[in-house]
Design a protein around this ligand. Structure first.
Ligand code: HEC
Length: 271
């Protein structure tokens, strides 16, 4: 009887936890990416396409302050050439100064510049959009696609899936809440801070033309830009995985050697 009571309490705690975790935003769509798993790597062409989506669409509202243009040439990333990075950077306007007259001025971006913010300050960004468009540098690490400790241990936190789901998740609101629609907001059940989001659906089919001729439906562009933002949040991911793998091989060899050393050291010892 006592055992049964303990079981009941444990079960309630466990399932209560699960039930609580299930409230809130709809879990992200479980699409898969090339960079998942212990050996997953980024798909260069996809990162380059994702960059283009960021540049042509998202950069109009969102900043990406932690990334410099020259990072786009880094190993393990989109791997643009130095020359490509130079011309990509030059398409952005960057504030510099003060000059000898004490005035700030605008110039074309250089590879060493960070990605500039499209607005002069947070207030201007909020005023223009009804809410602050968050900086996207780390967004795939700052948001979870789903909840539950085991779920996340097994499937990762789902940050890139969250971004993908928000971008593809605009829906007609269910009739019962449609009349609650706040002015200037859109229904998106995947958005973590409630179902109403101030970002208008940013993508439409065919909006960005890819140099490699890859498909450019909303779904494709959302996937590509989510992959790109997974890279911006962890630019050294490939290096980390490779080092981890090498360390494991090293430890396996070391363990084997130690076994024989142990055998030899103890060989002459009488029982
Ligand atoms: C017209 C301006 C605009 C454009 C273009 C735009 N966004 Fe947004 N975005 C916003 C605003 C404003 C918010 C904040 C919404 C809110 O808080 O209600 C937002 C929120 C988001 C969020 C949710 C963040 C969170 O807090 O969970 C993500 C992810 C996002 N944007 C990604 C993108 C991506 C990727 C692109 C390019 C494909 C893009 N956005 C294009 C204005 C924009």
């Amino acid at each position: 009887m006592k055992k049964f009571a303990t079981f009941l309490i444990a079960a309630t705690a466990l399932f209560g936890g699960v039930a609580m975790a299930e409230e809130g935003p709809t879990p992200a769509k479980g699409i898969s990416f090339s960079f998942e798993g212990p050996f997953g790597t980024f798909d260069r062409a996809q990162l380059q396409r994702g960059y283009k989506v960021y540049k042509e669409v998202c950069a109009n509202c969102h900043s990406m302050k932690l990334l410099s243009f020259r990072n786009l040439a880094d190993k393990g990333g989109p791997s643009f050439t130095e020359a490509q990075v130079k011309s990509l950077a030059a398409t952005f306007k960057v504030q510099d100064g003060p000059n000898t007259k004490g005035e700030m001025f605008e110039r074309a971006g250089l590879p060493s510049d960070r990605f500039p913010s499209p607005y002069p300050n947070a207030e201007a960004a909020t005023a223009a959009n009804g809410a602050m468009p968050p900086d996207l540098s780390l967004i795939t690490k700052a948001r979870e696609g789903w909840h539950g400790t085991f779920n996340q241990l097994w499937n990762g936190i789902g940050g890139p899936q969250y971004v993908y789901s928000v971008l593809t998740g605009y829906e007609t609101p269910p009739a019962d809440i449609a009349k609650e629609k706040p002015e200037g907001k859109y229904y998106n059940p995947y958005f973590q801070a409630g179902h109403w989001i101030s970002m208008p659906p940013p993508l439409s089919d065919g909006q960005v033309t890819f140099d490699d001729g890859a498909p450019n439906k909303v779904d494709d562009m959302a996937k590509d830009v989510a992959a790109f933002l997974a890279w911006t949040a962890e630019p050294k991911m490939e290096e980390r995985k490779q080092t981890g793998f090498e360390v494991l091989i090293y430890l396996a060899i070391l363990a084997g050697l130690m076994y024989f050393v142990k055998k030899k050291v103890w060989a002459g010892v009488a029982h």
